[in-house]
Structures are given as structure tokens and as C-alpha cells.
Design a protein around this ligand. Structure first.
Ligand SMILES: N[C@H](CCC[C@H](N)C(=O)O)C(=O)O
Length: 245
């Protein structure tokens, strides 16, 4: 089978396409393993769809499935276009609904699903948290120092609220984010729906404009836009290698 490795701002994925839709969760664990597999934060499988250019199956590296993944949506759009599976402006079906993406060379922009506030701001561990679903659930806290990020605290919050955990710092209208990702069970170099959740929270607080640069742990520059309540997420993706195993 031919597998392709992508990096989307440091959030990395193994991607392949097949006609057969089945449970690939154990394959995800095997392929995402960073010592004995290809190594990635997640596995994306493209399968045929009668309602869109294709349907995807998304798995975190622990084999859990997730409805949506912002960075993988950008990588998979680039993969589909460059493998002649879809045009450069495409639609695909995810667990969170239809996602529209547009590919321009190595820059891909995805329209995210409508955000849903799950819980109004609350305090825990001496921080104020906001819980919003941007395709998957995200906890967001706005901090002055990203070194506040703590694995144990993040793991506790992740399991108590069944959500990804994001820490955001805003400086001069730009957002800097660190994310503990559910299903990876650790900090990733970028988390797209997490960056979108942080952008939303900062925008609600009047800290950023309708368009803002957002920088994850990898320090790559991404653009988040709020166009009449619809969130767009744009940035570079990189096809790292293809392998037959
Ligand atoms: N780990 C997430 C899914 C991937 C989200 C992230 N990689 C992104 O780019 O949005 C979850 O289980 O909710």
C-alpha cells in the first residue's frame, strides 16, 4: 500500500486513499508510531462519497477517531488535488460535516464548521477556561506566559472535559498557541481547530481583528479569518514523502 506523509505546520499525518471503507484504527496506531511506524499525529483515509469529492476517516495516533482536524483538512486537500482525486476547490465529508478547502500550490485554506460554545467561561486550576467546538471540542485559556503549559494539568483537563486543551497568548493582535491534543495525549507542534478556538476566544474578547496571524508551537504562520461568523484557516502544507509498505 502507498502511504504519503504530510506535515501541516508541524501537525503531521499519514494519508492514503482506498475504495474500501472499514475500521482503520489499529492501522492508525501502527503507522503513527514514531519508533516502529512512519510516525505521525494522525491517519487520514480517503474513501469514495456520493455527497462530496470524497469522504475521510480521521484517526488520532492512539487509534481514536475524531470528527474533524483542521490541519489534516489542509493536508488532505493538497493530497487529493495532487493525486487527481478532486479539483483545487473541493468539498469532503468529515464527521463534523462537509468541509470546503481551496488549494493554491502549497497554501491551503479550509472553511471550518460553525463553532459551537459548549460551556461558558469557568475557573479551574486558577485559570479561566472557555469550551468551544470548532469541529472537535477545545478548552481555551488566555494567558500572559505560555510556560504556564503543564502536561499533568492539561491531561487532567483533557480527561475531565473530553477536549483538547489550548493555552493562548495575544501580543499586538497576533495569537501564540500551545495545545495538548486529545488522542495524541501530548503537546503537538500545531492544532488547527485549536488555533481556531483560540482565535475565536481572542476575537470575542476584542483582542484580535477579523483576520489574525496565529502561531503554534512550530512557529509557522497561519491565518485565521472570521467572515460573517464563518471561520477560515489558511497556511502551508508539505508533502514529506511517499512510501510503499
Ligand atoms: N486530536 C483532535 C483531532 C485533531 C485536531 C487537530 N490535529 C487539528 O488540527 O484540528 C481530537 O481528537 O479532538
Amino acid at each position: 500500500m502507498t502511504y504519503t506523509k504530510y506535515s501541516a505546520s508541524g501537525n503531521d499525518f499519514v494519508i492514503f486513499h482506498t475504495f474500501i471503507e472499514k475500521d482503520f484504527s489499529q492501522l492508525a496506531v501502527k503507522l503513527c508510531n514514531r519508533t516502529e511506524g512512519i510516525g505521525a499525529d494522525g491517519l487520514v483515509v480517503l474513501v469514495p462519497s456520493s455527497d462530496a469529492d470524497f469522504k475521510w476517516l480521521f484517526y488520532n495516533s492512539d487509534g481514536s477517531d475524531a470528527a474533524m482536524c483542521g490541519n489534516a483538512s489542509r493536508a488532505v486537500a493538497h493530497y487529493a488535488y495532487n493525486n487527481n482525486l478532486a479539483p483545487s476547490s473541493l468539498k469532503f465529508l468529515t464527521g463534523a460535516g462537509i468541509i470546503e478547502s481551496r488549494v493554491e500550490e502549497n497554501i491551503v485554506e479550509s472553511q471550518l464548521t460553525a463553532p459551537v460554545v459548549v460551556k461558558e467561561p469557568f475557573s479551574q486550576f486558577g485559570l479561566t477556561w472557555f469550551l468551544v467546538d470548532t469541529g472537535v471540542p477545545h478548552l481555551v485559556t488566555i494567558v500572559d506566559d505560555l510556560d504556564i503549559y503543564d502536561h499533568k494539568m492539561s491531561s487532567t483537563m483533557r480527561h475531565e472535559h473530553n477536549a483538547n486543551v489550548n493555552y493562548a497568548k495575544v501580543v499586538d493582535g497576533k495569537v501564540y498557541v500551545r495545545t495538548y491534543e486529545r488522542g495524541v495525549e501530548g503537546e503537538t507542534l500545531a492544532c488547527g481547530t485549536g488555533m481556531a478556538a483560540c482565535f475565536l476566544r481572542a476575537h470575542d474578547l476584542g483582542l484580535v481583528d477579523d483576520i489574525a496571524f496565529v502561531y503554534p508551537k512550530s512557529k509557522e504562520e497561519l491565518t485565521l479569518s472570521n467572515k460573517n461568523g464563518t471561520i477560515y484557516f489558511k497556511g502551508a502544507v508539505k508533502k514529506v514523502f511517499t512510501t510503499d509498505i
